[in-house]
Design a protein around this ligand. Structure first.
Ligand SMILES: [Mg+2]
Length: 369
């Protein structure tokens, strides 16, 4: 097969479900979970797939891909990811260096990387230079809308499913009840015992002073990392937090492009970068963000979307682990056919070219919006 493929066709589907149940964190209610799914086809019959995640704006992402990006890719060689990224970045820069337009381009770029692996006959982690196909993964949930009993029960369930690292939310009552947060996390620690790593996610809720105060109280529960203690754009506040506590600071799920991560790092505002390939600019941009994390000797722990991130987490020497959001399990199963499932705290990457994933096209055709 020649490496000179041309893009002939791009399909886009919106898959969404209304969230059943009670999922709120310190700053928002999760009402909808949605994936926009892209399939890029070449003149030699290969298909590359990419996905981006949203809670709101799925229709806009779908239409942006169809109307703005598809015409720019028609007839182009999918191997030219840098050239295509550069052209599209400047084409859409007035509306798209962050936000929905960038989520849209990220999904398309991921599909191009899937194609690159398929054209070269290599799993993406091998194309990226890795040699290990088993990646540690942690379970993520523990919403602030849960009662303490529900929180403890979910934490125990995570451990019984083989996870030795778990993440739960803090910031109950909109962040105004630190004593209750402390009691809840102590209850989780008591329930799971000393050998399970616990991470906390405050989802942007506090000002830096309060976040530092809480971190210094909760550290007796042996916390592995603290995520988004203050608003994601409050870079000085993140830096203040990092100076004020010895719990490692993780952030980056709301950041876009190398430029956003450069500013976080230059300000001393993170210990662990949590970029999301489905938002930050696809693999083309994620590799640059990874380079920034390595130049500053920081940890790299991508946000959610474990099937989109498994290859980079396998290949990057400073990658810590993947995140599995338990709330996503149903939509993940509805979008992919036989996607790998975590076992004993590890995700094993399929030995197939590209991402190694297959879309559940029967379900997508039937249920896409
Ligand atoms: Mg988070």
């Amino acid at each position: 097969m020649s490496v000179n493929h041309k893009v002939t066709n791009i399909n886009v589907w919106l898959m969404e479900t209304k969230v059943k149940g009670n999922f709120a964190d310190s700053t928002r209610n999760v009402e909808t979970i949605g994936f926009v799914v892209v399939d890029v086809e070449t003149d030699q019959g290969l298909h590359g797939i990419g996905v981006t995640y949203h809670e709101v704006g799925g229709e806009a992402i779908r239409e942006f891909i169809k109307l703005a990006i598809v015409p720019k890719l028609a007839g182009r060689n999918p191997m030219e990811t840098e050239a295509l990224y550069e052209e599209n970045f400047h084409y859409m820069r007035g509306v798209g260096r962050k936000g929905l337009a960038f989520c849209a381009y990220s999904a398309v770029d991921i599909a191009l990387w899937d194609l690159k692996g398929k054209i070269l006959g290599l799993p993406l982690y091998r194309l990226l230079g890795g040699n290990n196909n088993k990646v540690p993964i942690y379970a993520s949930g523990g919403w602030t809308s849960y009662t303490t009993e529900e929180l403890v029960s979910e934490a125990k369930d995570m451990v019984s499913r083989g996870y030795d690292k778990i993440k739960v939310k803090v910031g109950v009552d909109g962040g105004r009840n630190l004593n209750e947060d402390l009691r809840r996390i102590q209850a989780v620690r008591d329930a799971v015992g000393p050998d399970i790593s616990i991470m906390l996610d405050a989802n942007n809720v506090w000002q830096a002073g309060t976040a530092v105060q809480f971190a210094n109280r909760v550290k007796e529960c042996d916390i592995m990392l603290f995520e988004e203690p203050v608003f994601a754009d409050d870079i000085p506040g993140l830096a203040r937090f990092k100076q004020g506590t010895d719990i490692p600071l993780a952030t980056g799920e709301h950041e876009y492009t190398r430029y956003g991560f450069r500013d976080l790092v230059l300000a001393g505002a993170a210990d662990i970068l949590q970029a999301d390939v489905t938002r930050c600019g696809g693999y083309t941009e994620l590799l640059k963000i990874l380079g920034i994390s390595q130049a500053w000797n920081l940890g790299f722990a991508p946000h959610g979307m474990e099937h989109m991130h498994m290859h980079i987490a396998a290949a990057a020497p400073n990658a810590l682990f993947l995140e599995r959001l338990l709330m996503f399990e149903e939509v993940v199963d509805s979008v992919y056919l036989n996607a790998p499932q975590p076992k004993n705290g590890f995700l094993e990457i399929p030995d197939k070219p590209g991402l190694g994933l297959e879309l559940n096209m029967d379900n997508i055709r039937e249920n896409a919006l």
